[in-house]
Every structure is written in structure tokens, then in C-alpha cells.
Design a protein around this ligand. Structure first.
Ligand SMILES: [Zn+2]
Length: 90
């Protein structure tokens, strides 16, 4: 089965309409803000010039996942935990 290079996901929290983008790369999931052009990956952290994840989140090919606002805190916590654990273990 062919695996896509990167998969962009738009998480929409309702009813507030808050939006969180993530892009899964090769096993890692990154938190992307295509509006301000910021990504949680290392390439972006060191270069500050954009990365494949921001490009992926800015394109038309993405999956939308809906959540309720009550899940927002837990969702962000999980995402930050994952990013934190990954970057401190390497
Ligand atoms: Zn990135």
C-alpha cells in the first residue's frame, strides 16, 4: 500500500470553530500553523524558512477531523507531550 509522504489534518473544534493543523511526516506528527507559517519540526526550528509540513497544510489535500471544544485542552496536551518527548529524547 502506497503511503503518502505527508498527511495534513485539520482539527476543527466546535462550536467555537478553533482550528489546529497537524502534518504527519515519517512517523512524526507536527503542529503547523499555515496562517502564521510556523511548524513544530526541527527543520523549521533551525531554518525558519518554512518546511514540507507548512506546504502540506497550505495545500488542498487534507483530512478534516471534528472535535468538541471540551476535547481541545486534552488534544493540545497530547500533541505537546508528543512533540516534547520526541525532541528531548533525541
Ligand atoms: Zn515542519
Amino acid at each position: 500500500m502506497a503511503k503518502k509522504q505527508s498527511a495534513a489534518k485539520l482539527h476543527v473544534f466546535e462550536p467555537s470553530g478553533r482550528r489546529v493543523w497537524t502534518v504527519a511526516g515519517s512517523g512524526d506528527e507536527h503542529w503547523v500553523d499555515p496562517v502564521t507559517g510556523v511548524c513544530s519540526c526541527r527543520a523549521f526550528h533551525y531554518n525558519r524558512t518554512g518546511c514540507v509540513h507548512i506546504s502540506a497544510a497550505s495545500g488542498d489535500d487534507y483530512e478534516t477531523v471534528r472535535f468538541s471544544d471540551e476535547e481541545f485542552g486534552g488534544f493540545l496536551e497530547g500533541l505537546i507531550d508528543e512533540i516534547w518527548a520526541r525532541d528531548t529524547l533525541k
